[in-house]
Write a new protein. Structure first.
Length: 217
């Protein structure tokens, strides 16, 4: 394989992805310039969706949290964003953060704005993020989520077996092997190139609520 994708590969990867309801989205890596995109998406989340994501009431995102969620290094911390094809608005995001004590494992979070839940955006993002994780030597995802979030549990179980690590105070911590999703070779190739060409920025993880899975598929 050449080190750069052909025009045909770029066209294939850049084409809109059609969801089960016929709507179109595009998926790309998150970047530090996405701060306003992230804030606009957060404003479209219901209080329930915010609680599912952060395991705590979250009326707004502080500056430190916004920096942490956008200034990522695409190696130990990766994020993939789904954009509405027509408007370019962000409608969902999936991210992993590598466990420094277990380099082959990472905590995963998936969030989709309420209007787009139930259309397959979360599953799509999780599949693409899984491909990126494998490229970086990560083979397992862990997550802390609400025990009542059965919808997200079903999404995960459809991708790979889920093992429950711990249950405490209405939450459940799970671990799953990352499946080798059958993404198109052109997409895998472009993701590799995007990751290697990005400028790495230091992680600055603030103390705060743990990340949880918040998508209803």
């Amino acid at each position: 394989m050449s080190s750069t994708p052909s025009t045909n590969e770029l066209v294939t990867v850049g084409a809109p992805i059609v969801l089960r309801d016929g709507s179109c989205v595009r998926v790309r890596q998150g970047h530090r310039a996405d701060k306003q995109l992230l804030l606009r998406g957060f404003e479209r989340l219901s209080p329930e969706s915010r609680y599912r994501r952060f395991l705590a009431p979250m009326p707004e995102l502080g500056d430190e949290m916004v920096r942490y969620l956008t200034e990522i290094d695409h190696h130990d911390h990766e994020a993939m964003i789904a954009l509405e094809e027509e408007s370019g608005d962000g409608i969902g995001i999936a991210r992993y953060v590598r466990n420094p004590e277990r380099p082959d494992a990472a905590e995963v979070a998936v969030t989709v704005i309420d209007d787009w839940q139930g259309k397959g955006v979360g599953t799509l993002l999780l599949e693409v993020l899984s491909a990126r994780a494998h490229e970086e030597g990560i083979t397992s995802f862990t997550a802390l989520m609400l025990a009542a979030n059965q919808e997200m549990m079903d999404v995960l179980r459809n991708l790979a077996p889920v093992r429950v690590l711990d249950r405490e105070l209405g939450t459940v911590e799970i671990e799953m092997p990352i499946p080798r999703i059958g993404l198109a070779p052109a997409l895998k190739k472009l993701l590799r190139i995007a990751a290697s060409d990005d400028v790495a920025v230091p992680l600055a993880g603030p103390e705060g609520p743990r990340r949880v899975l918040g998508d209803r598929q």
